[in-house]
Design a protein around this ligand. Structure first.
Ligand SMILES: NC(=O)c1ccc[n+]([C@@H]2O[C@H](COP(=O)([O-])OP(=O)(O)OC[C@H]3O[C@@H](n4cnc5c(N)ncnc54)[C@H](O)[C@@H]3O)[C@@H](O)[C@H]2O)c1
Length: 351
């Protein structure tokens, strides 16, 4: 016997397939621009949110993290992993899913894939930071690390900041070939490079997005000239960084949430009280972003829960009235809310 779930049992679920349909329906660049605006709007109301460093479970191979937050009306969390060796076994470095719930009654209101959405929101957060930090009129970005995130990072800088050229480098030339082929028809001048030095030649924005579970030196001090903006994505775990410490000492450093970034970001290499600027304060006008053309600015990105909340909030709004989700029978809904046991018992009698 097929027992139909009641309305209260159902939670909208966005699968990977639905997410791909949604992105194509909206348009990739439109969605990246929209997400940039959504994240910026939520950073502008930073003080309304519950904030905590994410809860990380480390292993020798990688990390599994939970990222919760709430604005008092809606609660959200993301499950995400980071396993740099996964790609060698056919799995991705990063996968994720997330949930939004009603704070008033605790009932979930959205369950969504977030592997694609994380790539989109990470790129959008980079573009949001670059709005305030990149040199005016930046046209060229170096993209170091040409894996899963790289095309998203590039296209967000194209549609939000206006770059027209991307210079690619990866330790694995096959990754660069893949990235160049994927970006071929997106209205950019794409330049594959053989060395990181070649890639940063003439770039006003340098994005590092590599994956390795170690203190790596993707950029050394002598490679970074005055006036650039560094968008450092890949250093996001204790013991996992991308920049030489001396670069940090020459840069003005901007972060999402200091209690988390001091554990996970490039600044884990610095003293605990090294001055950093919180991005939300720049967005609300309390602190300044880039102030002069020769300054080196660094967005020490680690990824923060509010960015995922913004992305889920966007998806929740955009799927309304569409076929880009299905209802999951996810919440037990007994006729008498206190008779959960009776619901189970009657089910056995009914089938
Ligand atoms: N800050 C954030 O919000 C955020 C969000 C998502 C992912 N990340 C991080 O971004 C990084 C990249 O993620 P991904 O999904 O693209 O990973 P991926 O494994 O798909 O790609 C990483 C690429 O880096 C390359 N690489 C490794 N070492 C290198 C080196 N020394 N020089 C040049 N290239 C090198 C690899 O060959 C690979 O192509 C990961 O470290 C991940 O944890 C951060």
């Amino acid at each position: 016997m097929d027992i139909k779930p009641s309305a209260l049992a159902l939670v909208p679920f966005v699968s990977v397939d639905h997410m791909m349909q949604l992105v194509h329906h909206i348009g990739l660049e439109t969605m990246l621009s929209d997400l940039t605006d959504y994240i910026e709007a939520d950073f502008a109301r930073w003080e309304e949110f519950d904030k905590t460093p994410r809860i990380a479970s480390h292993s020798p191979e990688g990390v599994i993290e939970l990222m919760p937050t709430s604005d008092g009306k809606v609660y959200g969390f993301k499950y995400v992993n980071g396993h740099p060796k996964n790609t060698k076994l056919g799995r991705q470095t990063v996968t994720a899913f997330g949930l939004l719930a009603n704070v008033d009654n605790g009932y979930p209101v959205l369950l969504s894939e977030m592997t694609l959405l994380t790539a989109l929101r990470t790129a959008a957060a980079s573009a949001m930071a670059a709005r305030y930090l990149a040199p005016k009129g930046a046209t060229t970005m170096a993209m170091i690390g040409n894996g899963a995130q790289s095309e998203f990072q590039t296209l967000a800088m194209k549609c939000v900041i206006g770059i027209d050229t991307v210079r690619l480098y990866d330790i694995d030339p096959a990754a660069t070939r893949k990235c160049a082929a994927n970006l071929a028809d997106h209205g950019l001048n794409v330049v594959p490079c053989r060395t990181p030095q070649d890639a940063i030649e003439g770039a006003q924005i340098i994005t590092t997005c590599t994956a390795d579970k170690q203190y790596a030196t993707i950029l050394s001090d002598n490679m970074v000239g005055a006036g650039v903006h560094i968008n450092a994505i890949g250093g996001d775990c204790p013991g996992k960084t991308e920049l030489h410490r001396d670069i940090l000492l020459r840069s003005d450093i901007f972060v999402e949430y200091p209690p988390q970034t001091r554990i996970e970001g490039e600044i884990q290499q610095l003293a605990e009280d090294h001055p950093v600027t919180e991005l939300w304060q720049v967005i609300t006008g309390q602190r300044k972003g880039r102030t002069d053309a020769r300054q080196i600015t660094l967005f020490d990105s680690v990824g923060f829960a509010i960015e995922d909340f913004s992305a889920l909030r966007y998806v929740r709004e955009k799927i309304k009235g569409t076929a880009f989700y299905r209802d999951l029978d996810m919440l037990a809904d007994p006729d008498d809310p206190r008779d959960l046991f009776g619901m189970l018992q009657r089910f056995d009698q009914a089938v």
